[in-house]
Design a protein around this ligand. Sequence first.
Ligand SMILES: O=C(O)c1cc(=O)[nH]c(=O)n1[C@@H]1O[C@H](COP(=O)(O)O)[C@@H](O)[C@H]1O
Length: 285
Amino acid sequence: MSTTPTFGQRLREATGRLGPLCAGIDPHRALVESWGLAYDLDGLRAFTRACVEAFGGHVAVVKPQSAFFEVFGSAGVAVLEEAVRDLRAAGTLVLVDAKRGDIGTTMDAYAEAFLGKDAVDAPDAVTVSPYLGYGSLRPAIDLAEQTGRGVFVLALTSNPEGPEVQHAVRDGRSVAGTVVAGATADNATAAARGELGHVGLVVGATVGTAVQDLGLDLAAVNGALLAPGVGAQGGTAEDLKRVFGDALSNVLPASSREVLGAGPDVVALRDRAARTSEAMAALLS
Ligand SMILES: O=C(O)c1cc(=O)[nH]c(=O)n1[C@@H]1O[C@H](COP(=O)(O)O)[C@@H](O)[C@H]1O
């Protein structure tokens, strides 16, 4: 029997130790320049290192958005890899936001790249997109379970265009409902053990009454519910209560711009993250 801790166990341990916040690293041009840095590879590196110093060992989960590193080609990806290494070494879990999703052997390769046992500088979890069908994510879902990692599947995203796909209904079930049902089934074994499963969902703090309107049972998912949209996108603590209801204790509130706006000073960044995490902990408890 494997002794590798599951992603659910590791997530519970990290949030118990460091609070519930998932801090984003989103080095987009305006933000990097607002820190007084040039928007180039050196600026990206300085920005990322400040985030790593501020959050590593202080925040439970950090979510670097892959696109902002890919902008600078392989050298930018190397900056991301270094951040993954350093954050994990400091005891912070890393969720790479890459929103991967494809079919067959291509999905196998995405799974190997982010979740495989020999993956280079592999994170603890990755975001995946189910819009080629929830079942197309099978290689990532299964590999994550084997290697003690997690996946976060988009369910109800925070952007205003999301409902045109996610609320669509087929055979009486919405697309989001199909995703929720898939994650619930994939987490059932962990649920039976009283543990959080390795399949999380992404449900934006800004989705209003969609969870209720679509009849989604998020508590039954028994997985982490990543909630972006708090802060810069207008989502509030009250929105989290309304959106998640009895699933609130599984919410992993995500904030990027609101926290990063406190930079470039490392202590100010760390303080902003700590205050946000404390406010979220009070709400979720
Ligand atoms: O998967 C995500 O993290 C995500 C899903 C979603 O529905 N909405 C959303 O904004 N995000 C990400 O969250 C980050 C934006 O966070 P804020 O700067 O706090 O608004 C970006 O990296 C987005 O890609």
